[in-house]
Design a binder for this molecule. Structure first.
Ligand code: PLP
Length: 397
């Protein structure tokens, strides 16, 4: 017999989510994740993936993944520190370091476990971490796991950061103090104020950690938010994912040789979880090669972002203050937001609603992720559909 306590817990909590419109149904896509996807046999224009440059289904990457699978096998066979480090992994790390202009880099199996491993490898219970209140869940969990005192900083509020850094230093309680932030915040598309952050970090001797999951491939001609501001020598941890613009899977930290050497002996997912598959590593290398040699996809991404934003704004939607191609369409109330998204899908546009607890209550939004792979025709259909549903649900007049 299974646990009655567990069953009661699950039934009550699932029902509560459903009653409040907070239960997320998972859609399965049939085939690749491109600018058009198929769900339940229906073709939809896809405005919801993080596949910024269209690399997730790019033939050049697929060829490299297949070649590497032939050469190295489908799996690495062990964790990196036993004998799961193949030449393709070393090659990937060298490539990331070169792209990021750092001494070295270390690759993980995902961005999520990269944050879990990297933060807790350096920070401990004698330390404090200043963390932007809207940081990604993997940062929050990584900070918790480290055992350090976590001090929430108001979103992008540099006065609050300065005040809390000062207080933490003056308390004399902490051996090390880190400031950690997303480079690009994925729900609103705003960019971390790195020049001011670096200034404050220098004043208070803070360790700086930038999670550039949504900045890599997007900001700084592809090399990320830190490169965008020219601060490669001032940020300690340049963390990023290989799963968004790069289009594959994985995470990494780029930094000094000492930092990377330390992570390779202390970051637990690196030590205790099997390495990236050789095919994934090879596809990532190809993606970085493409980004290094051409800005074609990058320019198309930004152009598509500008086009979509201007169109939605003209229609009268609230698109917030995004500084990147990420285009939220803020609807407000949770159920209305979910209904809006559902109607879009029925009309052939797949754009997910994002509601509490992912974003604050009352700020439900349909988030649009334009990519280099979208055509102008597709974006025009998206805008027409927004217009129709917006009027139907009284969101615009
Ligand atoms: C997506 C994301 C991650 C997790 O990356 P995965 O490679 O998907 O595990 C970490 N941090 C931020 C800010 C993200 O947006």
């Amino acid at each position: 017999m299974t646990s009655q306590k567990l069953n009661t817990f699950l039934e009550n909590n699932l029902q509560e989510l459903k009653d409040n419109g907070l239960y997320n149904e998972i859609d399965t896509i049939q085939g690749p994740n491109g600018s058009e996807i198929t769900i339940n046999g229906k073709k939809l224009i896809n405005m919801s993936s993080n596949n910024y440059l269209g690399f997730a289904n790019d033939d050049r990457l697929k060829v490299k993944a297949n070649e590497a699978t032939d050469t190295y096998g489908v799996g690495a066979g062990a964790v990196r520190t036993i004998n799961g480090t193949q030449s393709i992994h070393d090659e990937l790390e060298a490539k990331i370091a070169e792209f990021k202009h750092t001494e070295a880099a270390v690759a993980f199996q995902s961005g999520f476990n990269c944050n879990m491993g990297a933060i807790s490898a350096v920070m401990n219970k004698n330390d404090a971490i200043l963390s932007d209140e809207l940081n990604h869940a993997s940062i929050i969990d990584g900070c918790r796991l480290s055992g350090a005192k976590v001090i929430r900083v108001k979103h992008q509020d540099m006065d609050d950061l300065r005040a809390k850094a000062k207080e933490a230093v003056e308390s004399g309680q902490y051996e090390k103090i880190m400031y950690i932030t997303d480079g690009v915040f994925s729900m609103d598309g705003d960019v971390a104020k790195l020049p001011e952050i670096v200034e404050i970090a220098e004043e208070f001797d803070l360790i700086t950690y930038v999670d550039d999951a949504h900045g890599s491939g997007v900001m700084g001609k592809g090399a990320g938010t830190v490169k965008h501001f020219g601060l490669q020598d001032k940020i300690d941890f340049q963390m990023g994912t290989l799963s968004k613009a790069v289009g594959v899977v994985g995470g990494y930290v780029a930094g000094t040789q000492n930092l990377i050497d330390w992570l390779k002996v202390r970051a637990r997912p690196f030590l205790f979880s099997t390495s990236l598959t050789p095919g994934a590593a090879a596809a990532c290398i190809e993606a970085i090669d493409i980004m290094s040699s051409s800005t074609e996809e990058h320019e198309r991404l930004w152009e598509n972002g500008r086009y979509l934003k201007a169109g939605l704004k003209d229609l009268g939607f609230n698109i917030g203050d995004s500084e990147t191609p990420i285009t939220p369409c803020i609807i407000g109330e949770e159920k209305l937001t979910q209904r809006f998204s559902k109607r879009l899908t029925e009309e052939g546009v797949y754009a997910k609603s994002i509601v509490f607890p992912t974003v604050p209550r009352g700020t439900g939004r349909v988030r649009n992720m334009p990519s280099a792979a979208h055509t102008k025709d597709q974006l025009d259909i998206v805008l027409e559909t927004y217009k129709k549903i917006g009027k139907e649900l009284d969101v615009i007049s």
